[in-house]
Design a protein around this ligand. Sequence first.
Ligand code: SS9
Ligand code: ZN
Length: 343
Amino acid sequence: MIIIHSEEHRLQSGRSELNDGQLVPCYEKPERADIIRDRLAAIGVGPMVTPDPHGLEPLARVHDAGYLSFLQSAWDEWLVEHGDWDALPLNWVAPGMHRRVVPRSIDGRLGYYSFDAGTPITAGTWRAATAAANSALTGADRLRAGDRSAFALCRPPGHHAGRAYYGGYCFLNNAAIAAQSLRDNGAARVAVLDVDYHHGNGTQEIFWERGDVLFVSLHADPIDEFPYFSGHADETGAGAGAGATLNLPLPWGTDWAAYAEALAVAARRIGDFAPDALVVSLGADTYGGDPISRFRLLSEDFLRMGAALAAMNLPTLFVMEGGYAVADLGVNVGNVLTGFEGA
Ligand SMILES: NCCCNCCCCCS
Ligand SMILES: [Zn+2]
């Protein structure tokens, strides 16, 4: 399985995030990709290549033009206004307020285009985010060229980024960008399966009214867990996308036995949809040792996850999302890919 990875990921290296009332060092940090890269090299998953450039067009197929130009200029504007500190929002739209006019203020626009204060914009954010999107796009190119599978080692992650907003450590929705690229280049139907611990609210929003892209997500119940405001089982899509979203929320404490049951439901739904390709938003924060998550998967369960994904028998693009138990992240991600290949 080919691995696509850009060292430009390390340009995204925030100083701190606001988490549970404290400014803490960022959980989404460069070491995450380093330990995955080194582990995959050590176990010989496959050749590692750098991404091909794809320009802005594929990004604009998924994201709002105003949002993309905001992302490109936010740091420079912040620097002039506030100096060399991470750009973090402080004000958001509350119920009853209107998001009618885009503020001129950079502080206003940070809040206008985001949903949390845990996702610092820095000098290198735009370059890191576009490199991650190019990794996902290069993976989509490889599937189109006939590869059975590919792994886009993306950082920063993407599944919380919507058409016109960032948050949850995500700026560009790498998995959605890859799914759209597959659709634009011959795939009639594409399924996106999100196995990250957190609901893929951004991916859901992007394909909410689309019947050509099925979105399925297993995640911690948003009644208790970030991102809190989406991912309930009664959210099933709208318009042409009615029935093309399947959310499988799971309680805190979920172990592999329970997780595997939900994954089997997801597999059946994907099988019924009969897509030409599968994009897996691969977050490993379902791991019992994850510092910000509350499922109880063991490292060996990721082997089983990989085998279950392979059993769907689809061309599969893995796109890296979350996973914050850095010391075990390489083993856990490597286990998914080993389980997938070995099946
Ligand atoms: N106390 C909950 C803080 C959540 N912070 C954001 C988590 C983003 C995960 C991305 S996969
Ligand atoms: Zn997550």
